[in-house]
Design a binder for this molecule. Structure first.
Ligand code: GTP
Ligand code: MG
Length: 827
């Protein structure tokens, strides 16, 4: 053993540096914890930094020790226990890159096996008091249910007693040498980590001896071994390699086999020295596997226990992890006790071992054979088999308006428990594959057997995409051995396209706004016709001999008719699936049930019935009304208002000129109005309520409009996009002109105030009806082609809140006159 180092014990400077660092708020902040010792009235202070502050080029910490305990002594503080300077994995930081190591370090390289437990520092005071610490604490604690320091101490005392060593002698020896024994406490009966430490392997593994100084100084492994031997510590395996080349070769060998001498280990710690200072330098080399796989198993098990639902999605080791889950789920289900212990960290390794045993392979063997095994087993699964575990997906092939949704609804209504329906039109985000994700998510439910993936899929490319997504995503949601049969349903026979065009066009007109994306009011006739024709033009009908259509397990080819086509469709689909897959449809529902289900699905979209209705549908329904897009007060006094605005800016030459230019070049709005409510602003709660009140107030006008529309569309011409006058009025005064780089608007003041701003034909205020916009205004002129009228809201609100910069011009207008304007519904 080396002789005791000369006395560099006092560390007043270090303590003052640490205290300074404690006051920092960001980088390099130190944290302190004062600990009462178990066997002394003295106290020690544990110091630490944020994990991420170590090893940074731009942060110099007062001390790099991970684990640092200093006596709580204002005049003569000493280091009581000290961990290693924080060290890093190969490649983790700049100074553990191989090249850096090569250029800056010198051998020999002491390689030690990294034990997998918790770190315990052991040290002694002058009076023979033992001080046993975990990484950042020592002594009794109220705030934890597992005291690592105390458990380590218990283990140490046991070990010393076995050797008949007086603990205080041991403590004094540590004090005399001014050292900390750095050990790893590995013991599954105390706490499980990833690797197994059964009773015979449990104990304190001594892996280092540090000098209690601010500068990192540590004993050689030879001396560490001797100390371990003398005091009964578990020995840390170590050996020396002389050159970096040998070291690298050795590590490479181990990482291909993922083990060391046939054992699963976490990795190695390598000790060498810095070439120019001769100071000790540590780095580690950690194995990823089987560690990572085991950790994943632990996490999925915990996940299962807490959620009781099974995950299928894993980054790595997908196949074997699913096998593992297959095996452990029944065990977990059978014993709440096992689950409870597991959540506390007990039985983790046992469960893993049980699985490995039943699987007949060690973790390392699995890793080496994973791919092979996976492929073999995969081949053994009979994906053709159709039984009660088989699930079904239905992909339509269609163009717009052929009745996919109505037919799907009819079917799903018949089997509400076991069939599901996901509509592409319900998917709004950017991720298009959500269609498949949602479908698979639904299909993964135990009771769900069949999901209709409602999209047109009118081209090969789209059908291919569905198959690709299915392939890619299936195992994220369903067990690897689930068979899925894919049924195609072709809605649009190629030779009937002209008819289809006619009928679907009429249907879509009637459907009006009753669709997620194809909204008649918003798009208008031209656009809708354009979209629909696009589909018809690009349509690639099913071609069973070529890919991807040859991948369907069954193809139902529907005819297309006008009357009750979705009912006929549903019946044909039921009958063909029943024939091919009686497991899915063991019995075809009775005609009247199918009928009722079809009616219900039409009910869901009531516009239809009114339109096609009279002659062939007998269900009493009210049609879905086309409602206004916005409601506004239309201003008749155009010239007067422009004049007042003109007067307002008469003294501002630059504005005045621009105003006239804009006016003469026709950039001003052709028609002026004050928006009272907009369907879009009914998204917020308050807005929604107000919008409803408006629609209620004008129910009669809306109904009348709809009636007229339906009459018109029975013919060929389509009447929409009109505004409908009401008998209500709005009275207002001009307030100010607001002008920025995008828009010119006038803030107005509505008469009526608290009582509501709308005035009925008797001249009374209509209660509870207010302008939806926070700041009522008139948009005069949009200054760019991409500026939206709603932007006026933004500008006027900013002006009213006085949150504007110098680019916004605000001019008070003459408010002497009260204007009146009629309320219009804009359909
Ligand atoms: P997109 O989603 O736009 O591609 O249309 P889709 O194929 O889902 O068609 P949808 O089921 O929405 O049907 C279009 C319109 O026709 C709807 O208003 C339906 O209510 C109506 N419709 C569908 N099938 C029938 C039917 O058999 N009889 C009657 N009377 N109307 C139907
Ligand atoms: Mg649809």
């Amino acid at each position: 053993m080396p002789s005791p180092y000369n006395d560099k014990r006092t560390v007043a400077k270090l303590v003052s540096d640490l205290e300074k660092a404690e006051k920092l708020s960001g980088r390099g902040k130190a944290y302190k914890r004062v600990c009462n010792l178990s066997h002394s009235t003295k106290k020690v202070v544990s110091w630490k930094f944020n994990e991420w502050d170590y090893g940074k080029n731009n942060i110099t910490l007062p001390c790099n020790a991970r684990g640092l305990f200093i006596s709580d002594d204002a005049t003569n503080p000493v280091i009581v226990a000290r961990g290693y300077d924080k060290f890093f994995n190969v490649g983790e930081v700049n100074f553990t890159k191989w090249q850096w190591i090569e250029e800056n370090c010198t051998g020999p390289y002491d390689v030690t096996i990294k034990a997998n437990g918790c770190i315990i520092f052991i040290s002694g005071l002058e009076d023979g008091t033992l001080v046993v610490c975990s990484k950042h604490s020592t002594g009794p604690r109220e705030d934890v249910d597992r005291n690592h320091a105390e458990a380590g101490e218990k283990q140490l005392l046991k070990q010393l007693t076995e050797r008949s060593i007086d603990p205080s002698d041991f403590a004094r020896m540590l004090y005399t040498y001014n050292i900390t024994a750095v050990t790893e406490y590995c013991d599954d009966s105390f706490e499980e980590h990833i690797l197994e430490y059964p009773l015979e392997k449990a104990g304190l593994y001594l892996h280092g001896v540090n000098v209690n100084e601010a500068e990192f100084e540590t004993w050689s492994m030879k001396d560490v071994s001797q100390l371990a031997y003398k005091y009964g510590f578990k020995h840390t395996q170590s050996f020396t390699l002389n050159t970096l080349k040998d070291l690298k070769e050795f590590l490479e060998n181990c990482s291909t086999s993922g083990s060391f001498q046939g054992q699963e280990i976490e990795g190695f710690v390598i000790r060498c020295h810095l070439e120019n200072t001769g100071k000790p330098f540590f780095f580690k080399f950690k194995f990823e596997e089987p560690y990572l796989m085991y950790r994943q198993w632990r996490e999925v098990t915990k996940d299962y226990i807490s959620k009781k639902s099974r995950l299928f999605k894993f980054k790595k080791h997908k196949f074997i992890t699913n096998k593992y889950l297959d095996f452990i789920i029944p065990i977990l289900e059978s014993s709440p006790k096992i689950c409870e212990d597991y959540m506390k960290g007990f039985g983790v390794i046992e469960l893993r071992n049980k699985f490995l045993q039943s699987y007949g392979m060690s973790g390392l063997e699995i890793l080496n054979h994973e791919k092979v095994v996976e492929l073999e087993l995969r081949n053994a699964i009979d994906y053709e088999k159709v039984d009660e575990h088989t699930k079904f997906l239905i992909f339509p092939i269609s163009v717009i308006g052929c009745g996919k949704t109505t037919t799907s609804q009819t079917l799903v209504n018949l089997f509400p428990e076991s069939w599901g329906h996901i509509q592409n039109d319900d998917i709004t985000g950017k991720d298009k594959s959500q269609l498949m994700k949602k479908s698979l998510e639904l299909l993964s439910k135990k009771e769900v057997k069949c999901v209709i993936v409602d999209r047109n899929n009118h081209q090969f490319r789209e059908r291919q995409q569905l198959f690709d997504w299915l392939d890619e995503l299936k195992e994220d949601y369903l067990a690897y051995d689930t068979n899925i049969k894919v049924i195609g349903v072709s809605f649009a026979p190629y030779d009937k396209l002209p008819e289809i065009k006619d009928i679907t066009m009429r249907r879509v007109i009637n459907r009006g706004n009753n669709h997620q994306s194809i909204k008649w009011d918003e798009l208008g006739e031209k656009k809708v016709v354009g979209i629909m024709s696009g589909f018809l033009k690009r349509y690639q009908p099913v071609s069973l001999r070529r890919s991807p259509d040859n991948m369907f397990d069954l193809m139902v080819e529907l005819d297309f008719g006008e009357v009750d086509s979705s009912l006929t469709n549903a019946k044909q689909i039921l009958s063909e699936i029943h024939k091919a897959y009686p497991i899915l449809i063991p019995e075809i529902p009775k005609d009247d049930e199918i009928d009722a289900s079809f009616r219900k699905s039409l009910d869901y979209k009531p516009t239809v019935q009114k339109r096609v209705g009279k002659s062939n549908c007998n269900q009493p329904k009210t049609p879905k009304l086309i409602k206004p897009t916005y409601i506004s007060a239309k201003i008749e006094s155009y010239d007067e208002i422009i004049d007042l605005a003109r007067q307002g800016i008469a003294n501002i030459a630059e504005l005045s000129q621009q105003f006239e230019d804009l006016l003469t070049s026709g950039k001003f709005q052709n028609e002026l109005h004050i928006t009272l409510g907009h369907v879009m602003s009914s998204r917020e709660k308050e807005g929604k309520r107000m919008w409803k009140s408006f629609c209620k107030r004008y129910t009669d006008q809306i109904t009348k409009y709809n009636d007229r529309l339906i009459e018109n569309t029975a013919g060929t011409s389509i009447n929409q996009g009109k505004s409908v006058e009401t008998t209500d009025k709005l009275k207002f005064r001009l307030k100010k002109l607001c002008w920025d780089q995008k828009i010119i608007a006038i803030v107005v003041e509505l008469s009526g105030g608290e009582g509501g701003c709308i005035i009925d034909s008797n001249g009374d205020n209509v209660k509870e009806l207010y302008c939806q916009n926070k700041v009522p205004h008139i948009t005069l002129c949009k200054l760019g082609s991409d500026v939206k009228a709603v932007y006026s809201n933004v500008l006027c609100e900013k002006v009213e809140l006085n949150e504007i910069d110098e680019r916004v011009k605000v001019v008070k207008l003459n408010n002497a006159k009260e204007f009146a304007a009629h309320v219009y519904l804009n359909m």
